[in-house]
Design a protein around this ligand. Sequence first.
Ligand code: ADP
Length: 444
Amino acid sequence: MQVDPLHHRCFYVYGLGLSGMAVVGYLEDQMARIIVGDDKINDDVAGHAPQHVDDIDWGVVDVFVPAPGLPETHPAYVRARQEKCEILGELEIYAWKMMLADEAPRIIAVTGTNGKSTTTALIAHLMDSVTEGSIVAGGNLGLPLLKMPMDANWHVVELSSYQLDLQTSFASDVAVLTNLGVDHLDRHGSVEAYHGAKKKLFDQTCDHGGRLVLGVVDAVGLAWYQEFSGRTPRAKSVGLGEDAQIHVADGQLHVDGVTYPLDIPKSLQGRHNGENIASAIGACLAAGNELDELLSALASFPGLPHRLEHVLRKGELEFVNDSKATNASSTCHALRAWPGSYWLVGGLSKPEDLSILAKTAKETSAKAFAFGKDAGVFVDALSDFVPVTQCPDLEKAFHAAVAQAQKGDGGTILLSPASASFDAYPNFMARGEHFRGLVEAWGA
Ligand code: ADP
């Protein structure tokens, strides 16, 4: 056993969410000295009293650990830079933990703009179905990285851009890029810096002899595949078109020119999920599994809550919870997956162009029920394209949609809000649970 480089150093861990607390727990095990801080928490957490950035003795702090997503302009971050502290993220500490372990699980890492959680959960489901070893999903999805059990055979980890930005040593056995949307890139100061941070995962995995599964559904993914396929024979392209070695088209899977029928479960409806299926199968093949076994396991994927989640079918009505769709592009996928739906939209809208949403709603013959703080924004954006009923809240919108569907021939009541939930809920999960509760009460 090597000596852990974290031993006896002093860490200021800022942001005490799930990931921050997992870091604290791990550092305690390493006998590090720990100071904690948080913008909102003032009471003791796990025996540590949160300390304000101006109250600590910076002279003793060796390492600053920001919560994923803590902006670099945050006073604690700025001060840590001024004091020349080493800055380590959770992922870097996880990478060290894995390197130091005598026997570490193998890792499949998933990143990208959209479809990360679905792809991660699907990989974990497929691997769990076809291998005898223990498979644990975590990172951004499920367990924090530093809480994932070390006696598992595989870790399947979802990594956000924030986690990847702060690492220099992490390499996985299989690295998966779902896609890299331009919209997402636009929100970052420098596209090059954003690309560079993500690309390090693939560079490091490539140098480490790992396998790469690259979604070639956009220009960035395609460029990366072209580059990496020149550097390693262990890169595969995945997607929806024939340019990808593994792709899904017309409900079938194509692997290196051979076609296989797919039994696609309800939880993976929609074209975008074809991408996620191709990525997940690509990752599981790269991890050494047999294709025929993976294909049999696909049909039993239960799906993730709040992502095109099928809640109930009763009589002529079907209910789908896509509360996770917090922007217009996600909702466009849902509208295409469930054409003709009675669509519940609204909440706290994003400052984005809603014209594509309106066009997609029209093409898919959706009937909109706008609710929440920004109901008016959606009424304005949609009413020239589709019928829109304005409602004060989700409950009223739900009942109005059900009543209208019952008057017609039935159909799908789809919650896909294209908005954040914070106008009325603590998060998108609470909004989805509310919807599910309304469905269950109606169906009882
Ligand atoms: P992430 O973890 O990257 O946020 P999720 O798997 O949680 O992605 O899916 C969130 C929403 O994003 C889904 O409800 C769906 O509308 C959309 N989505 C999922 N997969 C894709 C994909 N491959 N391409 C584009 N959009 C997707």
